[in-house]
Design a protein around this ligand. Structure first.
Ligand code: AMP
Length: 504
């Protein structure tokens, strides 16, 4: 059987009349239209001389055509390489040299800036696709026949090259196979009970695993449909929610919806599930959301290199502050970071995962790949956490965010949760700053709720009632907002840089 993800999508959607995508203007695209357009793109790639295994780099706005070309690239056996639109040409240069794509598709307005980089990287084909759904690649595809025999792929053939956000050193390309993508999407469909009656409100970017592989992948493999919005805009989301049954978002989507006075039980009455991931969802937002709407947000955990690993249960308790249980086909352990030996439940350690979802490693980085896997096949996620007595997994932060203060480990997530629970605090981030005595100590960066009434001694007093002395932050800094990337992740490297001289 052909393991090409695109073949699987076609096989699972034999009713071509069914709606696949409803765009921002309200027009509907059926599965039949999706397949015709995707095949035209596949024909266009083949006509341009692209061979299976060739990379197609795409830095475009979130358009409907970019969905077609994503699956068209897979149908042609090519490897899809999406790039964040925020990357400057100088940054894109690195990805082009590293991945050596056969084709680059970019926004028309940046073509002239990217072309010299494409030439330097030896790329023969540069095409455009604009926010208005037009461009040279659209023209090329529209001239192609809609008949295309999907290229045979094995489960371990590459489907996508997704670069990590690169907060430590250079960004690395995670090599995701057809088997990775289909197994993970099918596992999520089962876990979240997605059916063809579902309609997903899709406001995430599609250059990242969350919006691309989890969002589009689960919809297409279940025959469900999408309300496809170019970006997250709370007013627009509120207007469209009544037509949706599911939403996937990063935590900031949910806190921004809560900040909207019109967001209430009525707007969400017919919704089946709200799913959150990519960054920690605060217990307070979880609670406020449930109080306001009656829905318990379902939090899950994954990463570029592995797709999704764990999820809170669909039925059963969705426990705030946890990311739930391993997916049915994924093994998750918490191990001793040095030895990889599994630790007893409750003990903090390195979160490691194994399963058909885990990528084949890093592109052209065999050393980095080797370091990231244990001999028994477990992938070292770089996240720290623990598994509680009931089997729920909790994340305590990235290992590089761990604070080692006077030789003792301080897990930032524990301190952040304690600070966030203080009245008047909106959110916080705890980072390490160099210290002459202790090596490192924690600095808490705090955002207060509307006008800052909370003072440093209030926080210190309250924390000292709950936390051991060595865990207490040695400095507290108040800010208006935390620096975040588009996936809602707090940019701790930026904060570490900002506060590195706090203690001299
Ligand atoms: P990315 O590769 O951009 O998807 O980032 C993956 C990282 O995001 C993980 O390794 C975690 O550190 C973090 N992450 C993802 N989901 C969650 C979650 N539900 N709670 C806490 N951290 C998360």
């Amino acid at each position: 059987m052909n393991a090409n993800l695109y073949a699987l999508i076609e096989n699972r959607n034999t009713d071509h009349e069914r709606p696949f995508l409803i765009d921002a203007a309200g027009s509907t695209i059926s599965y039949g239209e999706l397949f015709t357009c995707a095949r035209r793109y596949a024909s266009a790639f083949a006509a341009a001389g692209l061979a299976p295994g060739d990379r197609v780099a795409v830095q475009t706005d979130k358009t409907v055509e970019s969905v077609f070309l994503h699956w068209g690239a897979l149908a042609a056996g090519c490897v899809y390489l999406p790039l964040n639109t925020a990357y400057t040409p100088a940054e894109v240069d690195y990805f082009l040299r590293d991945a050596e794509p056969a084709m680059l598709i970019c926004r028309p307005e940046v073509r002239q800036h990217l072309e010299p980089h494409a030439t330097a990287a030896g790329i023969k084909h540069v095409h455009t696709l604009g926010a208005d759904e037009t461009g040279s690649i659209v023209d090329l595809a529209s001239q192609q026949p809609a008949g295309f025999d999907t290229i045979e792929r094995r489960p371990d053939d590459l489907a996508a090259l997704l670069y990590t956000s690169g907060t430590t050193g250079r960004s690395k390309g995670a090599m995701l196979t057809h088997g990775n993508l289909s197994s993970n999407a099918l596992s999520l469909i089962e876990t979240w009970r997605i059916t063809d009656a579902d309609r997903l409100l899709h406001a995430l970017p599609i250059y990242h695993t969350h919006g691309l592989l989890v969002g589009l992948g689960t919809v297409a493999l279940s025959g469900a449909s999408l309300i496809y919005l170019p970006k997250f805009d709370p007013d627009q989301v509120l207007r469209r929610l009544p037509q949706a049954t599911m939403m996937m978002g990063v935590p900031t989507f949910y806190s921004r919806l809560l900040a909207h006075p019109a967001f209430d039980r009525d707007t969400t009455a017919h919704m089946r599930v709200f799913i959150s991931g990519s960054a920690p969802l605060s217990s307070q937002v979880h609670k406020d959301f449930q109080d306001r709407t009656g829905h318990a947000i379902l939090e899950r955990y994954g990463m570029t290199e592995t797709g999704m690993n764990t999820s809170n249960p669909y039925d059963g308790e969705r426990r705030p502050g946890t990311v739930g249980f391993p997916l049915p086909d994924v093994d998750v352990i918490v191990a001793d970071p040095e030895t990889g030996r599994p630790l007893p439940n409750g003990e903090p350690g390195s979160i490691e995962v194994r399963g058909p979802n885990v990528s084949a490693g890093y592109w052209r980085a065999p050393e980095k790949t080797k370091e990231s896997f244990r001999d028994n096949g477990f992938f070292i996620t770089g996240d720290l956490g623990h598994i509680d007595a009931d089997g729920y997994v909790s994340i305590a932060g990235r290992d590089k965010d761990l604070i080692i203060s006077g030789g003792l480990n301080v897990y930032p997530a524990e301190i952040e949760m304690a600070i966030d629970a203080i009245d008047g605090v909106a959110e916080s981030a705890v980072i390490a700053a160099p210290h002459p005595d202790f090596g490192e100590v924690g600095v808490a960066v705090v955002v207060c709720q509307g006008g800052c009434a909370v003072k440093e001694p209030d926080i210190v007093n309250q924390l000292s009632q709950h936390l051991a002395r060595f865990k207490l932050p040695k400095a507290i800094r108040f800010v208006d907002e935390l620096p975040r990337n588009t996936m809602g992740k707090v940019q701790k490297n930026e904060l570490r840089e900002r506060y590195k001289s706090t203690f001299g």
